[in-house]
Write a protein that binds this ligand. Structure first.
Ligand code: SAM
Length: 152
């Protein structure tokens, strides 16, 4: 299961965070964070605490540079590692843009670790076997995107 780096467009990311109803101080976790675009928006626009998990060290470095540039120290974090090793019990909201196979593999861990009421929003790929409470279509700069909202 390899997932290449393809960033979620800004407007789609904003809609994901809106759909998840992110509130100030909540913890938003993005497994497979890329350059931490979603994490950065969660912190700067929604006043959340953001945590990205990223396996590619060059992208981890880009996250840190973005956080420094925007002065987000203490509010935005990135973990260099495998998203399957992270403990998601800290998360209020988890954002996914990973693919159906990875969503499927991650599902038991999320079910086990997330608290009741935590929200999962997935870009383009459903979490197989979960029923979305809402799904919306968003026009991106190049194509149409689909977002699925799940509540644990
Ligand atoms: C499609 S990109 C999504 C980036 C970001 N979440 C967004 O939506 O803008 C997927 C990212 O997951 C990372 N990734 C793939 N497998 C991973 C793993 N096992 N652990 C952590 N990160 C991983 C890739 O390096 C890539 O940056």
């Amino acid at each position: 299961m390899t997932v290449p780096y393809v960033p979620t467009p800004r407007d789609v990311a904003l809609e994901m965070l809106r759909l998840a109803n992110v509130r100030p101080g909540e913890v938003v976790v993005d497994p497979g964070a890329g350059e931490c675009g979603i994490v950065t928006l969660a912190v700067t626009v929604f006043d959340a605490v953001g945590i990205g998990i990223e396996i590619n060290p060059a992208l981890v470095k880009a996250c840190i540079e973005n956080f420094e540039r925007l002065g987000l120290r203490g509010r935005a974090y990135v973990v260099w590692g495998d998203l399957f090793d992270f403990d998601y019990s800290i998360a209020d909201v988890v954002t996914l843009y990973l693919g159906s196979d990875v969503n499927e593999a991650l599902k038991p861990k999320l079910s086990r670790e997330l608290r009741r009421g935590a929200r999962v929003v997935s870009h383009d790929f459903e979490v197989p076997g979960w029923r979305a409470v809402k799904s919306v279509t968003v026009n991106g700069p190049l194509r149409t995107h689909r977002i699925y909202l799940y509540i644990i």
